[in-house]
Design a protein around this ligand. Structure first.
Ligand code: ADP
Length: 384
């Protein structure tokens, strides 16, 4: 769980989205993400989806591979995998998508089903607590169906073993009875394609990882790509967005489409209430200052992590859990939500001994790193 409110499994069982008849528009109920944004202490740049995001994301998700902005290499590779499978008339390899939240894993899963013209079943790791939960989904799949398991690293252990067999042999062993008298009844299931998504690929057991024929890592987006995404969303939402406004929002979106879309909505509110409804650079800046999103997209949690690392731990190295306690967060939140972007921005490095602040992090806080001659003094006042 990466939210602040403790464990919150996604509600209920799998949801079905789309169907053969709705191929190409695998929209439908938005997945109930197991990783949720914290409610009360909402962060405008959290990459996790809140209820508001889920309502609107259905309308903003690109529906086909050609509309998916960025991630060019993954898109090219995937298009080959899908095209090949379509030509052979067989289900493609299972696909594993990994990367930080909000970068398009769910969107990609929906696109895969749409491109294949196949129905899509959506569930998530936390919803699969027992092998029986998984058996009931797998045994009702139709041929060629795509099943999306979000947060696949959180599937319960016994279900995980069932998944190995299902992925490899399209078979499940249903256990009847308990104790020494229990018997396993093998059940053939229809060939399907599993799309797994994870924010923590390192937690996937090797036997599971190895059963995916195609693995893609989604990386943070460039500002230019985010600008395209923001413009597209503005068009769909009917927001009057100027070029400089799009540029400003893209630059502060932490490389994450979900954040870009959310900032667009916050800035639109601001533009409608405090300005003339048009989103330009000036309006975007004023709105984002109000929401404490800085020029680089860093928000309170990011700054708290940097500040603790530098001011309390002298720049590190410090272990993840110690750092998380210092900022009053769960270790997983720091690791999944804040850290990847801080690492990508060159502010933090991960070493075997713990997290270390780079000189850029000191500079960001207006300090000089000790090995550069200072002792964490405010910049410019070293000896003053
Ligand atoms: P994840 O599953 O990785 O957390 P999602 O697929 O739910 O992320 O994406 C979050 C939102 O960001 C979606 O509503 C979608 O509109 C938008 N989005 C993600 N990737 C892209 C993209 N490449 N192009 C356009 N919009 C995107």
């Amino acid at each position: 769980m990466t939210g602040r409110g403790g464990e919150r499994a996604s509600a209920g069982g799998p949801a079905t989205a789309g169907g053969p008849a709705s191929a190409g528009a695998a929209a439908g109920p938005e997945p109930a993400a197991g990783v949720e944004a914290p409610g009360s202490e909402d962060r405008v740049v959290s990459p996790l989806a809140d209820a508001d995001d889920r309502l609107i994301e259905g309308a903003l998700r690109p529906k086909r591979l050609a509309d998916f902005v960025g991630q060019g290499r993954v898109r090219d590779q995937l298009s080959l995998v899908l095209e090949g499978a379509l030509r052979r008339g067989r289900a493609p390899d299972h696909v594993l998508l990994s990367g930080p939240p909000g970068l398009g894993k769910t969107t990609m899963a929906m696109i895969i089903a749409a491109e294949l013209g196949a129905p899509l079943r959506i569930t998530s790791g936390p919803a699969i607590e027992r092998a029986g939960d998984l058996a009931s989904v797998l045994s009702t799949l139709s041929e060629g169906e795509v099943i999306f398991i979000d947060e696949i690293h959180r599937v319960a252990r016994p279900a995980e073993e069932m998944l190995y067999l299902a992925m490899e042999d399209f078979r499940v062993d249903v256990i009847i009875g308990k104790g020494p008298g229990a018997t396993a009844i093998p059940l053939d299931i229809a060939p399907f394609t599993l799309v797994g998504a994870t924010t923590r690929a390192g937690l996937l057991p090797a036997p599971l990882r190895d059963r995916f024929g195609f693995t893609a890592y989604l990386d943070f987006y460039d500002p230019a790509e985010l600008e395209v995404i923001v413009r597209r969303s503005a068009g769909l939402l009917g927001v009057a967005l100027r070029d400089d406004g799009a540029d400003e929002i893209a630059g502060r979106s932490r490389g994450t489409p979900r954040i870009a879309n959310r900032l667009l909505r916050r800035v639109r509110d601001f533009a409608e209430v405090r300005a003339d409804g048009i989103v330009n650079r000036q309006v975007a800046r004023a709105a984002l200052e109000l929401y404490e999103v800085d020029d680089n997209g860093l928000d309170r949690l990011d700054r708290a992590v940097l500040s603790a690392l530098v001011r309390r731990f002298g720049g590190g190295p410090v272990g993840l859990s110690t750092l998380a306690v210092a900022v009053g967060e769960e270790a997983e939140t720091v690791e999944v939500v804040a850290e990847p972007f801080l690492v990508r921005e060159g502010l933090v490095i991960r070493t075997p001994r713990g997290r270390v602040a780079t000189p850029a992090a000191w500079e960001y806080l207006g300090l000089v790193a000790p090995d550069q001659g200072g002792q964490g003094q405010p910049a410019g006042t070293l000896f003053g």
